[in-house]
Design a protein around this ligand. Structure first.
Ligand code: SF4
Length: 310
């Protein structure tokens, strides 16, 4: 049986991790703190990543509300599922380390001061982590349960150039190592199904991420979302999305290369029904999660079986 589970899962879920850490269910409360992104405002590029629509914060309440107001709304939403919930304030939209240090400090502090908040998750890009930002994150990491969510998506620079990520794998490694030197918890994001990539490329990405031994990883499925460059390519037949069978097959193979200690915080995409063009099968998340469990059982495999500790 897999070591990091209490419910027969064959990979290390966020639910298991948080239950162990906090002794109860903890909920993520999403925030749009009003930042932008260097890949949108021209510092690094214009137009953003080819799959990105408006900084991917579509489930937030929007930056017209203060952080405190957004957290109040999130708490109300979560209260329908749970009394007196513990919350992780998740700075989700755009690039949440892309502002002067004083602004970052003020926004993170506002979230941390909200009743019931027991941690922060901060989503950002590798090229927006420097010594000063890492020092600030380290201060917050000493005060609370902090996770930096670092978008990698792929280790392959050719793919990254195609979707306009704006930095190379070396830049990612620099930021990752800077954070890890300061003992900051890091969650690495990858995306399956990017234009030009096959199963071997995606597994190679998982292998390299596994070798980094990250605290956590999120595996996403590429979504074609209205209003993005990929939506245009999809309409012209220049990009295809993964089938459910291929996605499940790839994820099961990738999990084998991640260390068993790495928490798998997400294992499928989370597209909005109103904006998602394809693949529509991904809207049935329960079926995808169930498919992964079933396939891993059929293969009699577990997270980390092919991971080689160095
Ligand atoms: S880095 Fe994030 S916010 Fe910026 S364009 Fe890419 S996906 Fe969008």
């Amino acid at each position: 049986m897999f070591r990091y589970t209490s419910d027969n899962k064959r990979y290390h879920t966020l639910h298991y991790h948080l239950m162990n850490k906090f002794g109860e269910k903890v909920y993520k409360a999403v925030i749009d703190a009003g930042f932008t992104c260097p890949n949108i405002d021209g510092k690094c590029g214009y137009g953003g990543c080819a799959y990105c629509y408006d900084g991917a914060g579509e489930f937030t309440h929007g930056s017209a509300f203060t952080i405190t107001e957004q957290l109040s709304k999130e708490r109300e939403r979560i209260l329908k599922k749970s009394g007196a919930p513990k919350l992780i304030a998740y700075f989700q939209a755009h690039t949440n380390t892309y502002a002067p240090i004083e602004v970052l400090q003020e926004k993170y502090s506002e979230a941390l001061d909200f009743p019931g908040v027991v941690g922060l998750s901060i989503a950002t890009r590798a090229d927006c982590i420097d010594e000063d930002v890492a020092a600030l994150l380290s201060e917050f990491s000493e005060k609370t349960y902090l996770t930096v969510e670092l978008g990698l998506q792929t280790i392959h620079d050719k793919t990254a150039r195609e979707f306009n990520r704006g930095y190379d794998y070396e830049a990612f490694l620099y930021a990752y190592n800077l954070l890890k030197e300061k003992n900051i918890r890091v969650c690495v994001h990858i995306i399956n199904g990017l234009k030009g990539e096959g199963k071997g490329d995606m597994i190679e990405t998982a292998k390299c991420v596994g070798k980094l031994n990250p605290d956590a990883a999120k595996i996403h499925l590429l979504h074609i979302v209205r209003g993005t460059r990929y939506a245009e390519l999809f309409a012209n037949g220049e990009i295809k999305t993964m089938s459910k069978v291929d996605y499940i097959d790839t994820v099961c193979a990738q999990l084998e290369y991640l260390p068993p200690e790495t928490v798998v915080e997400r294992i499928t995409g989370d597209g909005g029904r109103a904006t998602l063009i394809a693949p529509l099968w991904s809207l049935d998340k329960i079926s995808v999660l169930g498919g992964i469990d079933k396939e891993m059982a059929l293969r009699n495999t577990y997270q980390g079986v092919k991971y080689i500790r160095e």
